[in-house]
Design a protein around this ligand. Sequence first.
Ligand code: PHE
Ligand code: FE
Length: 283
Amino acid sequence: MSSHITVRDDDYVIDQNWSAYTADDHAIWDFLYRRQVGILKDRADPAMLRGLETLNLNRGGIPNFEQINIELRARTGFEVVAVPGLVPDEVFFNHLANRRFPAGQFIRTRQQLDYLQEPDIFHDVFGHVPLLTDPVFANYMEAYGKGGLRAMKFGRLKNLAALYWYTVEFGLIETPQGVRIYGAGISSSKDESIFAIEDASPNRIRFDLERVMRTNYRIDDFQQTYFVIRSYDDLFRATVDTDFAPLYASLADGETHPADAILPSDSIVTAGTQAYAKAKSSA
Ligand code: PHE
Ligand code: FE
């Protein structure tokens, strides 16, 4: 018998194989979904919460991509495709550039409920997919994919990765209700969802494209700095309407900023005490 999962080496897309998820896999999704929605109710951007409802991501159990995609395609022309896990940069950019979001097919185990290193279906679908219902954000993601392919030619992937990190993964947005979460790395994490909004230790700095692209980031701890956008429109205009070529040229020999830096030129929303980072490093 041939395997149900066929790996296509060109784009890494596999069958989601939805019927193969176990009852426990579905129960893990339901548990995480309920827990996270409770935490995000007053902390996430309302647009993200609306996206969760629009796509019916709480219909019970792990979402079936075929069902999500009907609604998603109608809204923004995006679709979710299943991949085994992390894919090479070029493959990732190519999917985004063609309005496909590659999502990990597997779900974390009960031993990894609060943290795992590789993006699973909960991080990818709960975290990333709701905002793909927003036309402006969807356009940003497509442009980012195209920008990624371009950045590879310039050898400036590190700078472009910092932009993704501080927006798509760990971005905050100003809303009439106050500063809210839109980044998927935050919204899919129980503890960082609370930390990013409530904790006094991290810096919250107004988004500035060049500043962000020069900033290092930590992948092993909560962020020491979050960048706050005013709107997806603002983010879109600052990135999509800017030709990065001259920027890459100037970044090539420019300095980079530590993840916890505050610069004289920063427009600060809240200056962090960095108490958390200090407590961690002295522990
Ligand atoms: N405008 C960028 C460029 O010229 C492309 C881009 C758009 C990159 C949006 C990131 C996000 O390369
Ligand atoms: Fe992610």
